[in-house]
Design a protein around this ligand. Structure first.
Ligand code: FES
Length: 512
């Protein structure tokens, strides 16, 4: 056949998560009056919803508030692997924190896995939950020894797994480590069920309600952007990036990464299992059944938010990988997610500070939010119910491990300083009038740096590119049509509205 006749498989024009597209999430009103509850939960992803489910089941009066729509953040854009295999971490964690603490990390995530499985089984939740083995593999000689060290760590910790020289994947590998009997599901279907249970258990849910501050005390008060107040015995921040800092300086203790997913129909059969490679560029694989047909989720291409190449190129790289190894029939979906990584790679879960024991936070899941977000909810339930948990010291937000904390703190904050300066010195040549429809760029307006996007109808949107968090210059994200900050990961729509914190203030609109 003439090559010119082979139809090119193209990327969908706009991002859309399969999980969100395939579910029917109930909608909730805005908060329009002051209320009093036992627990105010800010953020409606897996952590906030699971926490509200657990605490309302305990008979507490809960209110969940979400700045946008339920599940529209990272939970709605994950690859939804339910596993305690969080990359090559166990050997590293044993070196940094010791065997006992590392075992606790594994157990917290394994317990979260068990909670999801039992909840799905007992409540007959239709969410495509299937057991799968989780593999981490390498094709780099530099990582073979690390694989050996990782399986030795598994043995020390009692994790069931094996060292392998081949996997079911249709391409050769140099080495792999498998963790047996993990799982995958549709997280939005699962959490939609929990949302219905929260409502049945008397919980209140409010969408399009942004929390902007906490007035400390007993009771504490959550203040919303519209000026309404929720007084409560406990505040729980599950807003991905904590909406309340309380002098913890989370922006200096975490960095934001973006990663990408394609949902593809393939020419060659997918062998089952969940996969991740160890080296760069990272690749993640799993599958999902869509109307009786298997769709492969090809993920990866992580990079710091607002940094790196033109974002559409990350999807192109995943497309190339899928085509090479499975053959491409169709790309049905493309979407991306933002994740937060802490200095020592452990999440921050628990009391924000010792002197405010009724303000709790959960963040920094390093891409493993299905298990870690659930583990966070289980720990928060214990803290609110005034019970001990074996995990509270390990995940305490106030901790500081000298190794690797200090080194990573310096690296992170030098990187921020570099971007703060680089954005200000950049030469800009483009002008708004040069932009075609559906095109965005950094441009010069009245002699200053500005962000411009011309929509499909030809309407032009101009924003001040100075990030409202700490003044770095945001960059255009072509694939998502957003403005992303390279310093701490705040993101804005092309009109300047806040999509991700730490900031809670929109970009300033500009006129020509
Ligand atoms: Fe901190 Fe933009 S997110 S300066």
């Amino acid at each position: 056949m003439d090559m010119k006749q082979i139809p090119q498989v193209s990327l969908p024009q706009y991002p859309e998560s399969y999980w969100l597209a395939s579910s029917n999430i109930p909608r909730f009103p805005q908060l329009t009056k002051d209320i009093h509850v036992d627990v105010a939960i800010v953020g409606a992803g897996i952590t906030g919803i699971t926490t509200a489910y657990l605490l309302s089941k305990q008979g507490l009066k809960v209110a969940v508030i979400e700045a946008g729509q339920m599940l529209s953040g990272t939970t709605g854009h994950t690859t939804a692997k339910i596993t305690a295999q969080h990359g090559l971490i166990y050997d590293e964690f044993i070196s940094n924190f010791g065997e006992e603490q590392t075992k606790l990390y594994y157990e917290a995530n394994q317990q979260a896995f068990q909670f999801i499985k039992e909840t799905v089984d007992q409540q007959h939740i239709s969410c495509d939950f299937t057991h799968e083995d989780a593999y981490i593999y390498t094709n780099s000689a530099n990582y073979v020894e690390k694989m050996t060290m990782e399986i030795n760590a598994y043995k020390k910790l009692g994790i069931i797994g094996d060292y392998l020289e081949q996997t079911p994947l249709p391409f050769p590998i140099k080495a792999a480590v498998v963790m047996k009997n993990q799982a995958q599901f549709n997280p939005v279907s699962y959490l939609t069920h929990l949302i219905q249970q929260i409502v049945k258990q008397g919980g209140q849910i409010f969408e399009h309600t942004t929390a902007v501050n906490v007035e400390k005390g007993r009771p504490a008060t959550v203040v919303t952007k519209a000026g309404y107040k929720i007084s409560c015995h406990y505040v729980v921040s599950c807003s991905h990036f904590p909406f309340y800092d309380g002098w913890e300086f989370y922006f200096a203790k975490m960095y934001a990464e973006r990663s990408y997913v394609l949902g593809v129909k393939t020419e060659r059969a997918y062998p089952g299992g969940m996969y991740l490679n160890a080296e760069e560029p990272n690749r993640s694989l799993r599958s999902a059944m869509v109307n009786g047909e298997r769709m492969v989720l090809v993920g990866g291409e992580s990079h710091k938010t607002g940094q790196g190449i033109c974002t559409i190129k990350h999807y192109e790289a995943l497309k190339h990988f899928a085509k090479e190894h499975f053959g491409l029939k169709e790309i049905s979906y493309r979407w991306s997610a933002q994740d937060l990584v802490t200095l020592d790679k452990l999440p921050y879960i628990g009391q924000n500070q010792a002197d405010t024991p009724n303000i709790l936070v959960a963040t920094g899941y390093k891409k493993w939010g299905m298990t870690t977000g659930t583990a966070a909810a289980l720990l928060i339930e214990k803290l609110v119910m005034d019970k001990e948990s074996p995990y509270q010291e390990l995940f305490k937000p106030e901790r500081f491990h000298a190794n690797p904390g200090i080194k990573n703190f310096v690296v992170q904050n030098v990187d921020v300083a570099k971007h703060l300066i680089a954005g200000k010195l950049e030469m800009i040549y483009r002008k708004p009038e040069e932009l075609g429809n559906d095109e965005g760029a950094v441009v010069k307006v009245n002699g200053s740096r500005a962000g411009a996007y011309r929509d499909q109808q030809g309407d032009l949107y101009l924003v001040d590119t100075t990030c409202t968090h700490m003044g770095c210059e945001v960059e255009w994200n072509l694939a998502e049509r957003t403005w992303d900050c390279p310093c701490h990961g705040s993101r804005f729509s092309y009109q300047g509205e806040v999509l991700e914190g730490p900031t809670d203030k929109p970009l300033k609109s500009l006129q020509m």
